[in-house]
Design a protein around this ligand. Structure first.
Ligand SMILES: [Zn+2]
Length: 503
């Protein structure tokens, strides 16, 4: 299979913020998953699929370095019950009662709406239908009594991950039990599997050619379903999955069954790299930190060491100052390997910057939250923490490898809007957070162009390079200024997965 993209300008996406393109119009021919030829007027061969680039720029496709595919797909069938859509108890009640379907699935909840919810509070709002509400952190589900009964969780069965009150009754709260809950719902026929195709097509329309799923502790069934979705073409992008080698068992030779999954692990440090034999790769081991149940320092050091000795880097979720400090201290003790990451880095004290740089940790961050949640931060976060929120410029200036991502569905899923916020640092209400951390839009775009396994290392459009590409209608600087560029075509792993006008 070959693709011929006609009439484009290669834009090298300089980190320094200047366009270095010479403006020459070229054609790009793709064979398999790689760029085979770049030059003026390449002859079309029989069977070539053609794309008219109309003189627009051709760029590395965007890789979204931190998303949660199942939660993102499920969010499409949910009602949003968090600010700014919902701001009061009355608003919450109205929104829940108007929700479609037998089951109510609500997401984005924050306690500023109606306090800390539990089963009893939810029963007062929705007594007659099963309802589940997810906290916007993604860490907590709250179920009402009808939902608990429908799922056979009242009284709580042994081993179910339910929070219990002093009397041993379920409070309706389930912490970090997303996969468990999804499985239980599916087993009882309560929830159709979410449509991964819709979010994948949406991402392709933004020019996204790769997705890193950062969900911790995915079970084999969830992983196999993701892999099947990619293999069957439901998911259009390359997938990089944070599973680590411990999760992976041998897969039956005929590829059937769900007993386990083997994915190729190209060695990014071998001279032959980048040679990506498949569109699915396994990523670092994800470690989630919660402030109210932090591991001890020794436990964390041991976990990092265990992952490293099995050949996998580690990605540690850090959304508070304490978590960032603990992660950096633990990496300092255990030692860091290439590919080790800090996810989010929402609050990074200035004192951590030298150690981060020394360790070479990649910070994979989401400035989109500044827009979506920034006004809430300014109300909630101690004023001395504000300059440390979602750092960008200071990390880049210190030489720390950085990559951007959306954290969809918890953050806005449009990477172009994330780039816009990286440059403006504006909240939805127009306030500015950490203006010194602003970065040029072109630089922000480059932070979406990292390699899946080494997000701090940028891909470029070059002969022999991976055919993960986006063609825009307007030059990159104009596209960035518009905030929502027209994507003429998206090519992921050599296949045209989106085009503005059907070929
Ligand atoms: Zn996340």
């Amino acid at each position: 299979m070959a693709v011929l993209i006609r009439g484009v300008v290669v834009d090298p996406v300089s980190d320094e913020g200047q366009p270095a393109a010479n403006g020459e119009i070229v054609d790009v021919r793709i064979v398999g998953e790689r760029i085979d030829e770049i030059g003026p007027r390449i002859a079309q061969r029989p069977g070539d699929e053609t794309v008219d680039g109309r003189g627009g720029p051709i760029l590395p496709g965007l890789h979204d370095h931190h998303v949660h595919l199942w939660a993102w797909a499920a969010a499409a069938g949910s009602v949003d019950v968090g600010p700014p859509a919902v701001n009061s108890l009355d608003g919450l009640a109205r929104r829940l009662r108007a929700a479609p379907g037998t089951w109510i699935r609500a997401i984005g909840y924050h306690e500023s709406v109606a306090g800390h919810l539990d089963r009893a509070a939810l029963d007062r709002l929705v007594p007659d239908r099963p309802a589940r509400i997810q906290h916007r952190s993604g860490a907590l589900w709250i179920l009402n009594s009808r939902a608990l009964e429908t799922l056979g969780l009242d009284p709580p069965p042994a081993g179910a991950p339910l929070e219990l009150d002093a009397a041993g009754r379920s409070t309706g709260r389930l912490w970090r039990a997303d996969a468990w809950l999804r499985k239980r719902l599916a087993a009882l026929g309560c929830a159709p599997p979410p449509d991964l195709g819709a979010i994948s097509r949406r991402a392709a329309s933004f020019g996204v050619t790769g997705l890193t799923d950062a969900t911790p502790d995915q079970d084999h069934a969830s992983l196999d379903a993701l892999i099947d979705a990619r293999t069957s073409g439901v998911i259009l992008q390359r997938l990089h999955l944070m599973v680590g080698p411990d999760t992976l068992g041998p897969r039956p030779a005929d590829g059937s069954g769900a007993s386990g999954t083997t994915m190729p692990r190209p060695d990014p440090d071998s001279p032959a790299y980048p040679v990506w034999p498949a569109t699915i790769t396994s990523g670092p081991v994800k470690v989630v930190l919660d402030d109210d149940r932090l591991p001890t320092f020794d436990e964390l050091v041991t976990r990092i060491g265990r992952a490293h000795s099995s050949g996998s880097p580690v990605a540690i979720h850090c959304v508070t100052r304490t978590q960032a400090a603990l992660a950096v201290a633990a990496f300092s003790e255990a030692g860091a390997v290439p590919g080790d990451r800090m996810e989010h880095g929402s609050v990074i004290g200035v004192d951590l910057i030298p150690a981060l740089r020394h360790l070479g940790l990649i910070v994979v961050t989401q400035p989109g939250f500044l827009h979506a949640r920034g006004d809430r931060y300014l109300a909630d976060v101690a004023s001395q923490d504000v300059p440390d929120l979602w750092r960008l410029g200071s990390l880049l200036d210190a030489g720390i490898p950085l990559a951007l991502s959306t954290d969809a569905p918890f953050g806005p899923d449009d990477p172009w809007s994330v780039i816009g916020v990286a440059a403006s640092r504006r909240t939805a209400a127009g306030q500015r957070i950490g203006p010194a951390e602003r970065i040029a839009p072109r630089r922000a775009f480059a932070l979406f162009c990292g390699e899946p396994e080494r997000p701090g290392r940028r891909r470029v459009v070059t002969c022999g390079g991976p055919a993960d590409l986006v063609v825009l209608a307007e030059p990159l600087d104009d596209s960035l200024a518009s905030g929502s560029p027209t994507v003429l075509a998206t090519v992921a792993a050599g296949a045209v997965v989106h085009r503005a006008d059907p070929g």
